[in-house]
Design a protein around this ligand. Structure first.
Ligand SMILES: Nc1ncnc2c1ncn2[C@@H]1O[C@H](COP(=O)(O)OP(=O)(O)OP(=O)(O)O)[C@@H](O)[C@H]1O
Ligand SMILES: [Mg+2]
Length: 232
């Protein structure tokens, strides 16, 4: 009997809720591209960010994490967006514990991880929002926690705030193996998107590629859908 996830899971987690849709197929293609990029160097800790808010970071990171888990990777999805945390909403979880509570006792981080809706997927929601998110995200304890998480899982996927509004994601990119930038079609100006990319390249973040979200596609558009490869 198929699992009824409809009450808990946001329907936009299409890799789970509409696995045959073309959107789900694109998220699986994103996973495959990541696997290929991993050939050039370790690719365990990946973060998803964007220039401006609302680009689709949370949906992209969540669908990517689901498809990685479906491919047999032991995957942890971390909500490192302490500005607008969404992972608990998308997966229908509570949020009393998570990243921020894990940071108070990093040696016990595993107590702040919950099982996701499918085998191989674990979730660390944001936890309660502190008054000083930037300080928390840039703390040595956060960096150390990320190293530990990278050692414990095949893949760690971070959802983060937009880079133009906050420094959090720029700082976090330093500890990541790679960054996926999400651009939402018709949503932001190219100038702001480029500014976001610049902020990351200034700190030598490894930009793996750009996901163009929310675009109407016909067959001819497919070849323009993403640009992948190491981008500086
Ligand atoms: N391709 C899409 N099709 C339909 N709705 C979408 C699409 N991408 C994003 N959305 C919707 O747009 C809103 C923003 O998406 P999401 O939360 O993933 O973006 P975000 O970049 O994480 O935003 P924030 O900067 O607030 O964290 C959500 O309501 C989401 O459901
Ligand atoms: Mg978000």
């Amino acid at each position: 009997m198929p699992l009824d996830l409809s009450n808990l899971i946001d329907p936009k987690l299409v890799v789970l809720t509409a696995p045959r849709s073309s959107a789900a197929e694109q998220y699986r293609a994103l996973r495959t591209n990541l696997e290929f990029l991993g050939v050039n160097g370790p690719l365990t800790k990946v973060m998803v960010t964007s220039g401006t808010p609302g680009a689709g970071k949370s949906l992209t990171s969540s669908n990517l994490a689901i498809s990685l888990a479906q491919a047999g990777k032991n995957t942890l999805l971390v909500d490192a967006d302490l500005r607008r945390p969404m992972i608990h909403h998308l997966f229908g979880n509570g949020n009393l514990s998570g990243l921020t509570t894990a940071l108070t006792r990093p040696e016990e981080w595993h107590k702040h991880v919950v099982r996701g809706p499918i085998g191989g997927l674990s979730l660390m929601t944001s936890g309660p929002i502190p008054p000083n998110p930037s300080e928390m995200m840039s703390s040595p304890i956060m960096m150390e926690l990320l190293v530990q998480l990278g050692q414990a899982y095949d893949m760690v996927v971070l959802d983060t705030p937009p880079v133009v509004s906050f420094t959090d994601a720029v700082v976090l990119s330093q500890t990541m193996d790679g960054v996926i930038l999400v651009v939402r079609a018709g949503h932001t100006s190219r100038k702001i998107d480029l500014k976001g990319k610049e902020r990351l390249t200034q700190v030598n973040a490894r930009i793996l590629g750009i996901v163009l979200n929310d675009i109407e596609m016909n067959d001819e558009d497919y070849s323009y859908y993403y640009g992948y490869g190491d981008r500086k």
